[in-house]
Each structure stands twice: as C-alpha cells, then as structure tokens.
Design a protein around this ligand. Structure first.
Ligand SMILES: NC(=O)c1ccc[n+]([C@@H]2O[C@H](COP(=O)([O-])OP(=O)(O)OC[C@H]3O[C@@H](n4cnc5c(N)ncnc54)[C@H](OP(=O)(O)O)[C@@H]3O)[C@@H](O)[C@H]2O)c1
Length: 338
C-alpha cells in the first residue's frame, strides 16, 4: 500500500517526492483559507506522516502563504522537504484578480526579482522546484529556460517546471536543452481530462512528470454540491450557474464516483483522487486542505483498494471528446472506420 513516505522520482530532476504534494493555497488570508493555527496543524499532520513535497506561490494570499510555509518549515528539517514555489501568477487586489503585466511577466527580470522576494518570505536560501505559474502569452521559451538555467547554476533553485502553459510551449521548452523541464503543473481530474490529448504523450516522450491540480474538481467530486446549484461546499451559492450548467457529463461522473465509493467503503473525494494517482506519468498530484480532518480524509485515497474494473468504469464514464486529430487517430489506430 502506498504511503506518503513512498518517495518516487519527479521526472528527471533527481528530486524524490511523496505520492501526494501538499498545496499551500489554503494557507493565508483569502476567503477559502484556513486560519494560521489550523494551517500549521495541516502542515504538521502532512510532514509527520512522511509527506515531503510542499507547494506554494508568491501570489497566494499576496505572499502570506509563503511566509507561513517558511514559519512551519522551522519545525522540520529544511532539507527533508522538497519546497516548490511559483512566480508570475495573477495578483489580487481588494479580493479580485488583477493582471498587472509587469507582475505577470514570465521574463528574466521578473523571474529573478520574484525569486529573491520568495526566498526572503520563505526564509530559505534556495527552493527545490521553481515554477513559471501561468504563461504570459509573449515571453519566449528561450528566455525562460536560459534564466532557469542561470538560477540552477547559482544554487538558488534545484529544478524548474512550467504550470498552465500551452502544450506547444512546453514542447519547445523541453527541446531547448539546458536544464530539463522537470515537471508540468496542470489541471486534471475525472471532470477535466483535456491534457490527455497532448500533455500526457509529451510528458512520456520527454520524461517529464505531470503534477495535477484540481484532482477533486475544486470540491465538486466530494459530492457536496447539488444539481440545483446548492450544497454544503463553500463554492455553492443558490442558483450558481457554474455548477448547474455543468459542462459535459460531470453529474454522471459524480454518480459513478459515488457508486465506486460505496462499493469500496470510501468517500467520493478519496475515490476521485485515487483514480488520479493511478494515471500514468503523474507521480505526485497536489491536494488542498482547509483542516486536518480534510487532509486525513484525502490521504486515505492512497490506501484504497480499487479494482482495475472499477477504475475502468470511472475512466469510461469520464472519457473526454478528443480534439482533432486525436479522435480520427484513435479510431483509425483501433482499426475502426473514421
Ligand atoms: N498551478 C495552478 O494554476 C494551480 C491552481 C490551483 C491549485 N494549485 C495548487 O494545487 C493545490 C491544491 O489545490 P486544488 O484546487 O487542487 O485543491 P483541492 O484538493 O481540489 O481542494 C479544493 C477544495 O476542496 C475542498 N476539499 C478538499 N478536501 C476535501 C475533503 N476531503 N472533503 C471535502 N472538501 C474538501 C476544500 O474547500 P472547501 O472546504 O472550502 O469547500 C479545498 O479547498 C493548491 O494548494 C495549489 O498549491 C495550482
């Protein structure tokens, strides 16, 4: 059975990480965040069970998440933790996202300045993994890869990754040489499988790890939302169009997740996350937790006994429609008429 101390390689970086990474987006001051004391308990519960992979970003609660992670790191051996942070994500002003192009640049100047600020907030002299958070739409891959390379040589980062970038951009970066792109951080779950068309084959081709976020669909796959747009989750609001108008067949997916959960004696969230942990090229999906109780439930996903037939049912009911040319290729390569 898999546990958090079942460390595995993250791509070709040389880093060895737990099978679930703790996301610190819920640490800080935002409306979806835990209070500081609860965040400390979540961090402690994760590391005490052998968890070693912690993910934050300079824009989570405008830097407060990094400050808290830095504080919590003082209770553990720094070198036992694979510490990841990100630069150039969207900022928040008055609780709303804003997109100041200077803060959002992926370019060298913003990368270096952002890293220096992150190191100060975290109270460390290097991070193990440094992510470009979201592509800015114009900085060339050559500039990003060269700047990452310099930061590796300077000992400020050990490895680099790309989050929320187009597949063509990730492919180009992977082919430029220099330090390999170690990992791609991308949304992936039973209700969001778009990355299977391009990113999963590219990850296999280049030996890159994919680190999924949103594995329980932002809470949807816990089953706490209802078809009429209500429910007990924080995202529910009466008449919430996002949940009611649900794209694709997400309610059918949720029904299948509930069925399997009942069969194996687990919660829907555990089954949904377990499915992601069994997918290829994804050694360390991210999890988010606002309380130690949520964390304990989520970690239970690692030790579930779900059969191949049950996993196949979930894979089938959630199968995405593949974009051109993948639909034709899949049919032709299976010997079917197109
Ligand atoms: N690169 C990117 O663009 C990106 C984007 C998003 C996240 N991330 C990273 O991924 C990490 C995880 O984020 P995520 O969105 O994937 O989180 P998640 O695991 O999908 O959790 C999202 C929310 O679901 C609820 N939840 C979690 N566990 C639950 C449980 N066992 N039972 C009931 N509800 C539960 C919590 O919200 P409530 O209790 O408030 O309902 C939680 O905040 C973040 O901390 C961050 O590090 C990266």
């Amino acid at each position: 059975m898999t546990e958090l101390d079942d460390y595995r390689p993250l791509g070709r970086s040389g880093l060895r990480v737990s099978p679930l990474a703790l996301g610190a987006m819920t640490f800080g001051t935002g409306p979806l965040c835990a209070d500081d004391d609860t965040a400390r308990k979540v961090f402690r519960a994760y590391t005490e069970r052998g968890g070693n992979f912690v993910d934050t970003a300079d824009n989570y609660s405008a830097g407060r998440s990094e400050e808290l992670v830095g504080e919590f790191l003082r209770d553990v051996e720094r070198d036992d933790v694979v510490l990841a942070t990100k630069y150039s994500g969207p900022g928040f002003r008055d609780g709303r996202p804003h997109s100041d192009p200077r803060r959002r640049s992926n370019g060298r100047k913003n990368m270096v300045a952002s890293l220096e600020a992150s190191l100060r907030r975290l109270g460390v002299d290097h991070v193990d993994l440094y992510w470009l958070h979201i592509w800015d739409g114009f900085t060339p891959a050559e500039e990003v890869v060269a700047a990452f390379d310099d930061l590796v040589r300077a000992g400020k980062i050990r490895a680099a990754g790309l989050s929320d970038v187009p597949a063509w951009y990730a492919t180009k970066a992977a082919m430029l040489g220099g330090p390999p792109v170690t990992a791609l951080q991308l949304e992936y779950s039973l209700i969001e499988r778009a990355i299977e068309a391009e990113f999963v084959p590219l990850a296999r081709e280049f030996g890159i790890a994919i680190q999924p976020w949103g594995a329980i669909g932002g809470g949807f796959l816990t089953g706490k939302y209802t078809r009429d747009g209500g429910g007990t989750g924080r995202l529910a609001a009466p008449g919430d169009a996002g949940l009611r108008a649900s794209p694709g067949n997400r309610w059918a997916v949720l029904d299948a997740v509930r069925d399997v959960a009942a069969e194996v004696g687990a919660t829907p969230a555990q089954v949904a996350l377990h499915w992601v942990t069994r997918r290829p090229a994804m050694p360390a999906p991210l999890i988010g937790a606002r309380s130690p109780e949520q964390l304990a439930e989520t970690l239970g996903a690692l030790t579930l006994e779900v059969t191949g037939a049950q996993l196949d049912r979930l894979t089938e009911v959630s199968a995405p429609e593949l974009p051109f040319p993948h639909g034709i290729l899949a049919r032709l390569n299976a010997g079917l008429p197109h």
